[in-house]
Design a protein around this ligand. Structure first.
Ligand SMILES: Nc1ncnc2c1ncn2[C@@H]1O[C@H](COP(=O)(O)OP(=O)(O)OP(=O)(O)O)[C@@H](O)[C@H]1O
Ligand SMILES: [Mg+2]
Length: 248
Protein backbone atom coordinates (compact mmCIF):
# COMPACT_ATOMS: atom_id res chain seq x y z
CA UNK A 1 0.00 0.00 0.00
CA UNK A 2 1.54 3.28 -1.07
CA UNK A 3 2.08 6.38 1.01
CA UNK A 4 0.39 9.45 -0.41
CA UNK A 5 2.31 12.69 0.15
CA UNK A 6 1.07 16.06 -1.10
CA UNK A 7 3.17 19.19 -1.55
CA UNK A 8 0.68 21.82 -0.59
CA UNK A 9 0.40 25.42 0.46
CA UNK A 10 -2.39 27.96 0.08
CA UNK A 11 0.33 30.34 -1.10
CA UNK A 12 1.77 30.27 -4.59
CA UNK A 13 5.41 30.26 -5.66
CA UNK A 14 6.82 28.78 -2.46
CA UNK A 15 8.56 25.71 -3.90
CA UNK A 16 5.80 23.05 -3.95
CA UNK A 17 6.54 21.85 -7.47
CA UNK A 18 10.32 22.02 -7.07
CA UNK A 19 10.03 19.87 -3.93
CA UNK A 20 7.52 17.43 -5.45
CA UNK A 21 9.68 16.70 -8.49
CA UNK A 22 12.95 16.43 -6.55
CA UNK A 23 11.51 14.28 -3.77
CA UNK A 24 9.74 12.00 -6.25
CA UNK A 25 13.06 11.56 -8.08
CA UNK A 26 14.87 10.72 -4.83
CA UNK A 27 12.20 8.20 -3.84
CA UNK A 28 12.52 6.47 -7.23
CA UNK A 29 16.32 6.54 -7.03
CA UNK A 30 16.09 4.70 -3.70
CA UNK A 31 14.26 1.95 -5.59
CA UNK A 32 10.70 2.87 -4.60
CA UNK A 33 7.98 2.66 -7.25
CA UNK A 34 6.94 6.29 -7.41
CA UNK A 35 4.11 8.20 -9.06
CA UNK A 36 3.83 11.98 -9.19
CA UNK A 37 0.35 13.31 -9.93
CA UNK A 38 0.49 16.86 -11.21
CA UNK A 39 -2.79 18.39 -10.00
CA UNK A 40 -2.02 21.92 -11.17
CA UNK A 41 -3.38 23.22 -14.50
CA UNK A 42 -0.11 25.16 -14.85
CA UNK A 43 1.44 21.72 -15.45
CA UNK A 44 4.84 22.69 -14.06
CA UNK A 45 5.80 19.18 -12.85
CA UNK A 46 4.59 17.77 -16.15
CA UNK A 47 6.86 20.23 -17.95
CA UNK A 48 9.86 19.59 -15.68
CA UNK A 49 9.58 15.83 -16.26
CA UNK A 50 9.36 16.39 -20.04
CA UNK A 51 5.91 14.90 -20.43
CA UNK A 52 3.19 16.18 -22.78
CA UNK A 53 0.44 18.04 -20.90
CA UNK A 54 -2.39 15.90 -22.25
CA UNK A 55 -5.08 13.97 -20.38
CA UNK A 56 -7.62 12.10 -22.52
CA UNK A 57 -11.08 13.24 -21.53
CA UNK A 58 -9.56 15.99 -19.36
CA UNK A 59 -10.05 16.35 -15.62
CA UNK A 60 -13.68 15.27 -15.86
CA UNK A 61 -12.84 12.14 -17.79
CA UNK A 62 -10.13 11.17 -15.34
CA UNK A 63 -12.36 11.66 -12.30
CA UNK A 64 -15.24 9.84 -13.93
CA UNK A 65 -13.26 6.80 -15.05
CA UNK A 66 -14.42 3.69 -13.32
CA UNK A 67 -11.60 1.34 -12.55
CA UNK A 68 -8.11 2.35 -13.32
CA UNK A 69 -6.51 5.68 -14.33
CA UNK A 70 -3.31 3.80 -15.30
CA UNK A 71 -3.98 4.49 -18.99
CA UNK A 72 -3.12 8.16 -18.43
CA UNK A 73 0.16 7.49 -16.58
CA UNK A 74 3.36 8.28 -18.45
CA UNK A 75 6.92 7.15 -17.78
CA UNK A 76 9.66 9.72 -17.17
CA UNK A 77 13.36 9.75 -18.09
CA UNK A 78 14.09 8.45 -14.58
CA UNK A 79 13.74 4.72 -13.79
CA UNK A 80 10.93 4.04 -11.33
CA UNK A 81 9.38 7.50 -11.62
CA UNK A 82 6.01 7.79 -13.39
CA UNK A 83 3.81 10.84 -13.90
CA UNK A 84 0.08 11.38 -14.08
CA UNK A 85 0.22 14.62 -16.06
CA UNK A 86 -1.89 17.74 -15.82
CA UNK A 87 -3.37 19.63 -18.70
CA UNK A 88 -5.23 22.93 -18.83
CA UNK A 89 -8.59 21.19 -18.27
CA UNK A 90 -7.50 20.85 -14.64
CA UNK A 91 -8.54 24.48 -14.17
CA UNK A 92 -12.08 23.04 -14.01
CA UNK A 93 -11.18 20.31 -11.50
CA UNK A 94 -13.29 21.97 -8.77
CA UNK A 95 -16.37 22.00 -10.99
CA UNK A 96 -15.71 18.43 -12.09
CA UNK A 97 -15.42 17.28 -8.46
CA UNK A 98 -18.55 19.14 -7.46
CA UNK A 99 -20.64 16.90 -9.75
CA UNK A 100 -20.02 13.89 -7.52
CA UNK A 101 -22.14 13.03 -4.51
CA UNK A 102 -19.20 13.09 -2.08
CA UNK A 103 -16.81 15.31 -4.00
CA UNK A 104 -13.98 15.39 -1.47
CA UNK A 105 -13.64 11.59 -1.55
CA UNK A 106 -13.24 11.43 -5.32
CA UNK A 107 -9.46 11.92 -5.63
CA UNK A 108 -8.86 9.20 -3.05
CA UNK A 109 -11.13 6.90 -5.11
CA UNK A 110 -9.18 7.63 -8.29
CA UNK A 111 -5.97 6.75 -6.47
CA UNK A 112 -7.28 3.52 -4.95
CA UNK A 113 -6.32 1.14 -7.80
CA UNK A 114 -2.84 2.71 -7.93
CA UNK A 115 -2.02 2.23 -4.27
CA UNK A 116 -0.84 -1.36 -4.76
CA UNK A 117 1.23 -0.41 -7.79
CA UNK A 118 3.34 2.30 -6.15
CA UNK A 119 5.30 2.71 -2.92
CA UNK A 120 4.92 6.50 -2.98
CA UNK A 121 2.37 8.70 -4.66
CA UNK A 122 3.20 12.41 -4.57
CA UNK A 123 0.54 14.99 -5.33
CA UNK A 124 1.75 18.36 -6.62
CA UNK A 125 -1.09 20.70 -5.66
CA UNK A 126 -2.13 24.05 -7.09
CA UNK A 127 -1.92 27.04 -4.74
CA UNK A 128 -5.34 27.77 -3.24
CA UNK A 129 -7.80 26.34 -0.83
CA UNK A 130 -10.64 24.78 -2.75
CA UNK A 131 -12.53 21.58 -3.34
CA UNK A 132 -9.35 20.17 -4.90
CA UNK A 133 -7.42 20.90 -1.69
CA UNK A 134 -10.14 19.41 0.49
CA UNK A 135 -9.99 16.29 -1.69
CA UNK A 136 -6.23 16.22 -1.26
CA UNK A 137 -6.69 16.40 2.53
CA UNK A 138 -8.84 13.24 2.27
CA UNK A 139 -6.43 11.41 -0.04
CA UNK A 140 -3.05 12.27 1.48
CA UNK A 141 -1.29 10.64 4.43
CA UNK A 142 0.85 13.76 4.91
CA UNK A 143 0.98 17.32 3.61
CA UNK A 144 4.47 18.66 2.91
CA UNK A 145 4.20 22.38 3.26
CA UNK A 146 7.02 24.61 1.98
CA UNK A 147 7.23 27.78 4.02
CA UNK A 148 9.26 30.81 2.95
CA UNK A 149 10.43 32.26 6.26
CA UNK A 150 8.53 35.56 6.31
CA UNK A 151 5.61 36.96 8.25
CA UNK A 152 2.86 36.34 5.70
CA UNK A 153 3.95 32.72 5.21
CA UNK A 154 3.75 32.18 8.94
CA UNK A 155 0.20 33.52 8.88
CA UNK A 156 -0.73 31.15 6.05
CA UNK A 157 0.72 28.23 8.01
CA UNK A 158 -1.48 29.17 10.98
CA UNK A 159 -4.53 29.26 8.67
CA UNK A 160 -3.68 25.81 7.36
CA UNK A 161 -3.16 24.43 10.88
CA UNK A 162 -6.60 25.71 11.87
CA UNK A 163 -8.22 24.16 8.76
CA UNK A 164 -6.66 20.80 9.69
CA UNK A 165 -7.28 21.10 13.43
CA UNK A 166 -10.44 18.99 13.20
CA UNK A 167 -8.53 16.06 11.68
CA UNK A 168 -6.92 15.25 8.36
CA UNK A 169 -3.47 14.36 7.14
CA UNK A 170 -0.32 14.95 9.09
CA UNK A 171 1.17 18.37 8.40
CA UNK A 172 4.93 18.47 7.92
CA UNK A 173 6.29 21.89 7.00
CA UNK A 174 9.78 22.79 5.82
CA UNK A 175 11.55 26.03 5.09
CA UNK A 176 11.91 26.86 1.44
CA UNK A 177 13.83 29.47 -0.61
CA UNK A 178 15.82 30.29 2.54
CA UNK A 179 18.43 33.04 2.58
CA UNK A 180 20.32 32.69 5.86
CA UNK A 181 22.14 35.99 5.24
CA UNK A 182 18.85 37.77 5.88
CA UNK A 183 18.05 38.44 9.55
CA UNK A 184 14.36 38.40 8.65
CA UNK A 185 14.64 34.79 7.45
CA UNK A 186 16.73 33.72 10.47
CA UNK A 187 14.27 35.35 12.91
CA UNK A 188 11.21 33.90 11.19
CA UNK A 189 12.77 30.42 11.19
CA UNK A 190 13.56 30.56 14.91
CA UNK A 191 10.06 31.81 15.69
CA UNK A 192 8.29 29.19 13.56
CA UNK A 193 10.43 26.34 14.91
CA UNK A 194 9.50 27.42 18.43
CA UNK A 195 5.81 27.65 17.52
CA UNK A 196 5.72 24.29 15.67
CA UNK A 197 8.31 22.10 17.39
CA UNK A 198 6.89 18.89 15.90
CA UNK A 199 5.48 20.22 12.66
CA UNK A 200 8.64 21.77 11.17
CA UNK A 201 11.12 19.42 9.52
CA UNK A 202 14.80 20.08 10.23
CA UNK A 203 15.97 20.23 6.61
CA UNK A 204 15.56 23.51 4.73
CA UNK A 205 15.86 24.29 1.02
CA UNK A 206 18.18 27.23 0.35
CA UNK A 207 17.50 29.95 -2.17
CA UNK A 208 19.51 28.57 -5.05
CA UNK A 209 20.11 29.32 -8.71
CA UNK A 210 20.25 25.56 -9.29
CA UNK A 211 16.59 25.19 -8.26
CA UNK A 212 15.67 28.01 -10.65
CA UNK A 213 17.67 26.32 -13.41
CA UNK A 214 15.34 23.32 -13.27
CA UNK A 215 13.01 25.14 -15.65
CA UNK A 216 15.73 25.54 -18.27
CA UNK A 217 17.21 22.05 -17.77
CA UNK A 218 13.81 20.37 -17.45
CA UNK A 219 15.41 18.07 -14.91
CA UNK A 220 15.89 17.61 -11.17
CA UNK A 221 18.86 19.15 -9.36
CA UNK A 222 20.18 15.78 -8.18
CA UNK A 223 20.53 14.81 -11.83
CA UNK A 224 22.06 17.95 -13.42
CA UNK A 225 23.80 19.43 -10.32
CA UNK A 226 24.40 16.44 -8.01
CA UNK A 227 26.94 18.20 -5.79
CA UNK A 228 24.97 21.43 -5.39
CA UNK A 229 23.75 22.67 -2.01
CA UNK A 230 20.18 22.33 -3.33
CA UNK A 231 20.69 18.65 -4.22
CA UNK A 232 22.03 17.99 -0.70
CA UNK A 233 19.15 19.92 0.84
CA UNK A 234 16.48 17.91 -1.02
CA UNK A 235 18.26 14.68 -0.02
CA UNK A 236 18.31 15.82 3.63
CA UNK A 237 14.63 16.75 3.35
CA UNK A 238 13.75 13.32 1.95
CA UNK A 239 15.67 11.52 4.74
CA UNK A 240 14.11 13.79 7.37
CA UNK A 241 10.68 13.14 5.96
CA UNK A 242 11.15 9.37 5.93
CA UNK A 243 12.31 9.45 9.56
CA UNK A 244 9.21 11.43 10.55
CA UNK A 245 6.88 9.15 8.62
CA UNK A 246 8.37 6.09 10.31
CA UNK A 247 8.22 7.73 13.74
CA UNK A 248 5.21 8.56 15.97
N1 LIG B 1 14.94 27.04 -3.39
C1 LIG B 1 14.73 27.88 -4.41
N2 LIG B 1 15.65 28.79 -4.77
C2 LIG B 1 15.45 29.64 -5.80
N3 LIG B 1 14.34 29.65 -6.53
C3 LIG B 1 13.38 28.76 -6.22
C4 LIG B 1 13.51 27.84 -5.14
N4 LIG B 1 12.38 27.08 -5.06
C5 LIG B 1 11.58 27.51 -6.06
N5 LIG B 1 12.19 28.51 -6.75
C6 LIG B 1 11.66 29.22 -7.91
O1 LIG B 1 10.47 29.87 -7.54
C7 LIG B 1 9.47 29.70 -8.53
C8 LIG B 1 8.30 28.94 -7.93
O2 LIG B 1 8.74 27.64 -7.55
P1 LIG B 1 7.77 26.39 -7.63
O3 LIG B 1 7.15 26.32 -8.98
O4 LIG B 1 8.51 25.22 -7.13
O5 LIG B 1 6.70 26.87 -6.55
P2 LIG B 1 5.17 26.46 -6.40
O6 LIG B 1 4.85 26.66 -4.96
O7 LIG B 1 4.95 25.12 -6.96
O8 LIG B 1 4.46 27.55 -7.31
P3 LIG B 1 2.90 27.54 -7.73
O9 LIG B 1 2.16 27.98 -6.53
O10 LIG B 1 2.84 28.51 -8.87
O11 LIG B 1 2.55 26.13 -8.13
C9 LIG B 1 10.13 28.94 -9.68
O12 LIG B 1 10.61 29.87 -10.62
C10 LIG B 1 11.29 28.23 -9.02
O13 LIG B 1 12.35 28.02 -9.89
MG1 LIG C 1 3.57 24.43 -8.42
Amino acid sequence: MSRVLATYNIKGGVGKTSAAVNLAYLAARDGARTLLWDLDPQGASTYLLRVQPRVRGGARGLLRKRGDPSGEIKGSDHPGLDLLPADFSYRHMDLALDRFKRPTLRLARVLEPLRDQYDYILLDCPPSISLVSESVFEAADALLVPVVPATLSARTLEQLCSVLAGGGPRLLAFFSIVDLRRPLHRDAMARLRAQHPRGMLGAAIPCSDDVERMGAERDVVASFAPSSSAAFAYKALWCDLLRRLEGP
